[in-house]
Design a protein around this ligand. Structure first.
Ligand SMILES: CC(C)(COP(=O)(O)OP(=O)(O)OC[C@H]1O[C@@H](n2cnc3c(N)ncnc32)[C@H](O)[C@@H]1OP(=O)(O)O)[C@@H](O)C(=O)NCCC(=O)NCCS
Length: 153
């Protein structure tokens, strides 16, 4: 465990291997069937959107990737030993602000019900919509929801 406050910066291609280590380390919303490889990260970070990493003492301990074409939150993951210290929210906020600043009116994501992520997104102002499909709950966040959520903090 380190005491340094993680630093958030835009992700680069050289970060992908370490980002995927975090992706595989989480205990919930684990990668099950889909095979995600470096080409998928490159597409999401360089072609369709942007990624951010949280670095602590030179190690990547969390990351987020958002798609500016569709408004999809492609990834938001914090290494288990760094959870519950506000890092997920910091990554979330920088990604959401950037996606809305790119002109999108509404963002969406899916996550498994009964996970920490479910409550995390509700706390961050997201709304669950539609029924659970294949174990995944869809959430949406409108630009106007975000404005009122920020005002309430
Ligand atoms: C979901 C995840 C990103 C949250 O990251 P985190 O760093 O632990 O969350 P934070 O510490 O930033 O929490 C931010 C706020 O949300 C609140 N929160 C988090 N989970 C919550 C829950 N289940 N219910 C209610 N509030 C919750 C925190 O209390 C905190 O509130 P505060 O700002 O008043 O202190 C992280 O747990 C994770 O990576 N989980 C595994 C992978 C995953 O499920 N990712 C999402 C895939 S879509």
């Amino acid at each position: 465990m380190t005491s340094a406050t993680p630093h958030i910066r835009v992700a680069e291609r050289r970060d992908i291997a370490a980002m995927h280590v975090v992706r595989l380390a989480v205990r919930e919303n684990r990668l099950v069937s889909a095979v995600i490889g470096p080409a998928d990260y490159e597409r999401e970070m360089e072609l369709t959107g942007r990624g951010w990493v949280a670095e602590s003492d030179g190690a990547i301990v969390g990351f987020a990737v958002g798609n500016a074409r569709t408004g999809n939150i492609w990834a938001l993951f914090v290494a288990p030993e760094h959870e519950r210290s506000g890092l997920g929210r910091r990554l979330h906020d920088v990604m959401v602000e950037w996606l809305f600043s790119s002109g999108l009116e509404r963002l969406h994501l899916t996550t498994a019900p009964a996970t920490r992520a479910f409550g995390f997104y509700v706390k961050a102002g997201w709304t669950p919509v539609d029924a659970v499909v294949r174990g995944e709950q869809r959430f949406e966040l409108a630009r106007s929801d975000r404005r009122s959520e920020l005002g309430a903090r």
